[in-house]
Design a protein around this ligand. Structure first.
Ligand SMILES: [Zn+2]
Length: 258
C-alpha cells in the first residue's frame, strides 16, 4: 500500500483547489494535524462524530470533508459535541482536512460540477471552456436543461439520481430552458439565478421566501437536499487523490435527510 506525506498531500490539495482564492468562513485545508504519513483516507460530506468513528473503525489516517470545523459564527469554546469530535481525532492521530467554498467551486471536482454530471445538466461555458457562473464568489452555475423535459420529469430524475425526493415549487408542466444551480444552503442565491435569466434554480435547502419568489417571478425552485447535493464533490476529489498518489481512499456516505 502506497503512502503519502501529510504535508505533501496538504500542499497538493491547497494548490489544486486554489484555496487562497476564497474568502471563506472556515479554514480550508488541514484543520487538525495527525499522523505524518497517510496510506488510507476516508472522504465524507461532514466531519461529524459518526464519520470519525467510522474512519477509526476502518483504521484510516485521514478524513477529508466538505463541512469541516472551526466556523466563524460558532462558539469557539471546546466542549460538548465539539470536544468529543476533537478528542477522537487527537486520540487516534487522525488528520482532518476540510474544504468548503473551494470544493463547491472547483471546475472539475467541485460540488456544482459534479451535481451537473449527476443530473445531466449541460453547463454554459465561455470561449476558453470555463463554466459560466454568477452570484457571490461566482458559486452559481448556469446551464441548459435537458431538452423538452418538464419540471415534473426533472424532479423525478433528480429524485432517482440523488435517492431523495426534492421540494419543488413551480408549474409541473413548465419546460425550463436555462437552469442555474448551487449545491448546499444556497437558497439566498436565487436572486442571482433570476438576474441571469434562469427558468429553474436548483439548490440544497429551502427557506420560506423561496415559495413566494418562485410564484411571483415564474422561476421554478427545487431544493434537492443539502447533503444530497454535496456528496459528489468530495467523492470526486477522493478519486483524484487515489489516482494521483495510489493511496487507499473510501467515500463514506452517512445519510442526512437535510
Ligand atoms: Zn454545505
Amino acid at each position: 500500500m502506497k503512502t503519502i506525506n501529510t504535508q505533501d498531500l496538504a500542499q497538493w490539495l491547497d494548490a489544486t483547489l486554489q484555496v487562497q482564492r476564497f474568502k471563506d468562513y472556515c479554514p480550508n485545508g488541514l484543520q487538525v494535524e495527525g499522523k505524518k504519513q497517510i496510506s488510507h483516507i476516508i472522504t465524507g460530506v461532514t466531519a461529524s462524530e459518526a464519520l470519525l468513528q467510522e474512519a477509526i473503525r476502518r483504521k484510516a489516517d485521514a478524513v477529508i470533508v466538505h463541512h469541516g470545523w472551526f466556523w466563524k459564527n460558532e462558539n469557539p469554546v471546546v466542549k460538548g459535541a465539539k470536544k468529543r469530535r476533537l478528542a477522537l481525532a487527537l486520540a487516534h492521530d487522525l488528520n482532518i482536512f476540510g474544504f468548503h467554498l473551494p470544493l463547491d467551486a472547483h471546475p472539475e471536482y467541485g460540488n456544482n460540477a459534479q451535481l451537473g454530471l449527476q443530473l445531466g445538466l449541460e453547463p454554459l461555458r465561455d470561449t476558453e471552456g470555463a463554466p459560466l457562473t454568477c452570484g457571490p464568489e461566482n458559486l452559481v452555475w448556469l446551464g441548459q436543461c435537458p431538452k423538452g423535459r418538464t419540471l415534473k420529469v426533472l424532479a423525478d430524475d433528480t429524485e432517482k439520481a440523488l435517492s431523495r425526493k426534492p421540494l419543488v415549487i413551480g408549474d409541473p408542466s413548465h419546460k425550463p430552458n436555462r437552469i442555474a444551480w448551487c449545491t448546499g444552503g444556497a437558497q439566498n442565491f436565487v436572486d442571482a439565478a433570476i438576474e441571469h435569466g434562469a427558468d429553474l434554480f436548483i439548490t440544497g435547502e429551502a427557506s420560506e421566501p423561496n415559495f413566494h419568489i418562485a410564484n411571483e417571478t415564474g422561476v421554478s425552485f427545487m431544493a434537492a437536499g443539502h447533503h444530497a447535493t454535496e456528496r459528489y464533490g468530495v467523492r470526486a476529489l477522493g478519486e483524484a487523490i487515489q489516482k494521483k498518489w495510489g493511496v487507499r481512499v473510501e467515500f463514506v456516505d452517512l445519510d442526512n435527510p437535510i
